[in-house]
Design a protein around this ligand. Structure first.
Ligand code: ZN
Length: 129
């Protein structure tokens, strides 16, 4: 189980990551000179990001997924469920959480999931190649 201090640290990490994605989006909108500029004000004020259609349209699929993962991790912190593998229910090491704070699986289950989904790790590709 994570200590309160560690949880707070990870919560800060998650919030920073989310802020960075939003800042990127902000930059993109400013530089693309689209009429949706007004949306940005709403985005930063909007607590229910996922409900905002404009917001979702402007994000790439990857960013959407990341925001979702961050939101879920934050929710888990609030509920006291954070840091436990969703698959095997063992504790995820804090070192791993610091690097990937939005992860919901331990290393073992994550690699199992990835092989099931047909993803190949970079190491494996270069070994083959
Ligand atoms: Zn696991």
């Amino acid at each position: 189980m994570l200590r309160t201090k560690e949880l707070q640290e990870i919560k800060d990490l998650l919030l920073t990551m989310k802020k960075e994605i939003l800042a990127d989006l902000d930059e993109r909108i400013k530089s693309s000179d689209v009429s949706e500029q007004r949306v940005i004000g709403d985005i930063f004020d909007d607590a229910d990001l996922e409900q905002s259609r404009e917001f979702n349209l402007l994000l790439t699929a990857r960013e959407r997924q990341k925001i979702k993962q961050i939101e879920q991790a934050l929710l888990k912190i609030e509920n006291g469920e954070y840091g436990v593998c969703e698959s095997c229910e063992s504790d995820i090491p804090v070192g791993r959480l610091r690097v990937m704070p939005f992860t919901t699986l331990c290393v073992k289950c994550k690699s199992q999931q990835e092989s099931m989904e047909g993803h190949v790790t970079t190491a494996y590709v270069s070994e083959k190649g």
